[in-house]
Design a protein around this ligand. Structure first.
Ligand SMILES: [Zn+2]
Ligand SMILES: [Zn+2]
Length: 320
């Protein structure tokens, strides 16, 4: 195999929350408060994904902060009981605008409301892609969705492997199984971790849903074009705590460097999983796994002692 950096070795890592709500939909903070609170904690990027509301807030941009123009669309199953959303399946999809300046304005639109018509939904996503939006499939578990619902999705560049708001809401924030299911049925897509914050509780309250899931984007500079290009390339990883410093193919091995963790796992397309595990009371910060070449895809899951994960994107060996 050719030596190759899977995560770019140059550029800076920018911390991003790619899913947020403000008072423009059902969030509790203004867009300015969101910027202030996230900037205070080292974030450089927030995607404003209010429900059905296209959020383009260029006045928030400065040398150290980049707001991404976006919105969250939904497609609900028909309500069994009028007014009772609790058992209604739903697709939630974030759309990130790749060039809001050239667009000069947009009004959020909704997919055709025909749950079960995956072809119709895919047609909508395809049209949005053509118009210059990246689509992200959100929180399948909270959405009460199963493989049946999401395996046919096309045109999504990523899905949420972790959604912090959902984790706090009902312990249904993690979706590594759904990610593997998508990958194993041939959908090539990346994974992100997000907050999906609504901030109904103040900072400091354990129920506050900000600052739990983030995406580290590696790009040459903090500007709109560079960050969108990095998203398209998959130059990022998802995390609930640990950091990935490097991920590369060296000789016939996959090598990873990360912040101190207990477990470094390389998940593959099949049941074979490569692992490096620290002795009790210790941590590890790197591992190299010899590859056979028949792994299909590889994705890293580095877990620390507190149960937090850093997730790489999946890399398919046949397209490396
Ligand atoms: Zn949602
Ligand atoms: Zn949301």
């Amino acid at each position: 195999m050719q030596n190759r950096a899977l995560l770019p070795q140059t550029g800076n890592f920018y911390k991003a929350n790619l899913h947020t709500h403000t008072v423009l939909s059902d969030g509790h903070w203004t867009k300015e408060q969101v910027k202030a609170e996230y900037q205070k904690r080292g974030y450089s990027i927030v995607a404003y994904t209010d429900h059905r509301h296209y959020g383009w807030h260029p006045a928030l941009a400065d040398d150290n902060f980049l707001p991404l123009a976006a919105f969250e669309a939904d497609l609900n199953e028909v309500f069994q009981k009028p007014g009772d959303f609790s058992r209604v399946k739903t697709y939630h999809i974030n759309f990130y605008d790749t060039d809001p300046v050239a667009r000069g304005g947009f009004t959020a639109i909704q997919p055709p409301q025909r749950y079960g018509d995956v072809a119709g939904l895919n047609e909508f996503i395809s049209q949005m892609n053509e118009q210059g939006f990246l689509a992200c499939y959100n929180h399948p578990w909270w959405s009460l969705q199963t493989h049946e619902d999401y395996r046919g999705l096309r045109g999504v560049f990523a899905m949420e492997i972790y959604n912090h708001g959902c984790e706090l809401d009902g312990l249904y924030g993690y979706a590594p199984q759904a990610y593997d299911e998508m990958l194993r049925t041939g959908t090539h897509l990346h994974c992100v971790a997000t907050d999906d914050n609504h901030d109904a509780y103040p900072v400091g309250d354990p129920r506050n849903d900000s600052f739990g899931g983030f995406t580290m984007i590696r790009a040459p500079a903090l500007n709109y074009g560079a960050i969108i290009q990095a998203l398209k390339n998959g130059d990022f990883y998802a995390s609930t705590g640990p950091e990935l410093y490097g991920l590369e193919i060296k000789g016939d091995a996959l090598c990873v460097r990360c912040s101190p963790v207990e477990k470094i796992y390389a998940v593959t397309q099949g049941r074979r999983c490569y692992m490096a595990v620290a002795e009790p009371g210790h941590t590890i910060t790197e591992a190299c796994f010899p590859l056979r070449g028949d792994e299909g895809y590889l994705r890293m899951d580095c877990r620390d002692g507190a149960g937090n994960h850093a997730y790489s994107n999946a890399y398919f060996l046949d397209v490396l």
